[in-house]
Design a protein around this ligand. Structure first.
Ligand code: PGA
Length: 253
């Protein structure tokens, strides 16, 4: 059985004081429940702080990106091994902001995904279409291209150690959420695309939804069969919102 995962993506937000306040609010409020995982993905400089504060809690942590190379003369790069050194469990790869603002291609994303897997991290591979792509009817083609780049490079088996996040670009930070039907359709498509190569890997693959998830819409989204939790941007910076979203991933008592 696939469990659920709620992962916060802090993006380039926070500081030592606000991170501490946020985590100290989350830790006592989020309790371990079988089949549900929680994580926060923090900016690189704060990974040590996050590790110290979250150690021993049921909230895991990760990074928002990593360098595709192992080590060496890559000024500004942060390797998968460095993230593993801070006991990161996750690394987001291919977030749409990395693709559009920093020019990351499918090929670079595939290399980053492979680097994360090799270091024993769980990559959270983000895929999703822009508004113009949706309007021109190529959503499935775009998502298939993004997933295939990784499957061709690392093999479908690598998805057995990964998480996929479907994040329609037009829903990120805009307050516009995909309708349950739009999300359901793309999640099912992603699972079918992976199943075409390996049914067991597809059945076990956690596929998160991301894009303006908040406490008010999380329960409905998480109840959709192919949606296995969420990747939460803006709402993960607010303790009350994030706690409420985490609770929506828990099975009804
Ligand atoms: P959002 O961001 O929840 O602020 O829309 C989601 C993401 O970009 O991961």
């Amino acid at each position: 059985m696939r469990g659920k995962l709620v992962a916060g993506n802090w993006k380039m937000n926070g500081n030592l004081a606000s991170n501490q306040a946020l985590l100290q609010a989350l830790i006592p409020a989020i309790s371990p429940i079988a089949g549900v995982k929680y994580a926060v993905c923090a900016p690189f400089p704060y990974l040590g702080q996050v590790q110290q504060l979250l150690r021993g809690s049921c909230i895991e942590w990760g990074a928002q990106d990593l360098c595709q190379f192992d080590h060496g003369a890559y000024t500004g790069g942060v390797s998968a091994a460095m993230l593993a050194d801070f006991n990161c469990r996750y690394a987001i790869v291919g977030h749409s902001e990395r693709r559009s603002v920093f020019g990351e291609t499918d090929e670079i994303v595939a290399l980053k995904f492979a680097a994360a897997i090799q270091a024993g991290l769980t990559p959270i591979l983000c895929v999703g279409e822009s508004l113009s792509e949706r309007e021109s009817g190529v959503t499935e083609a775009v998502v298939a291209r993004q997933i295939n780049a990784v499957m061709v490079h690392s093999g479908v088996a690598a998805l057995g150690r990964a998480v996929v996040a479907y994040e329609p670009v037009w829903a990120i930070g805009t307050g516009k959420t995909a309708t349950p039907e739009q999300a359901r359709a793309v999640h099912a498509f992603i699972r079918r695309s992976v199943a075409a190569r390996d049914e067991a890997i597809a059945a076990a693959l956690p596929i998160l939804y991301g894009g303006s998830v908040k406490a008010a819409n999380a329960a409905q989204l998480f109840s959709i069969p192919d949606i296995d939790g969420g990747l939460i941007g803006g709402a993960s910076l607010n303790a009350e919102e994030f706690i409420a979203i985490c609770r929506c991933a828990q099975p009804a008592a």
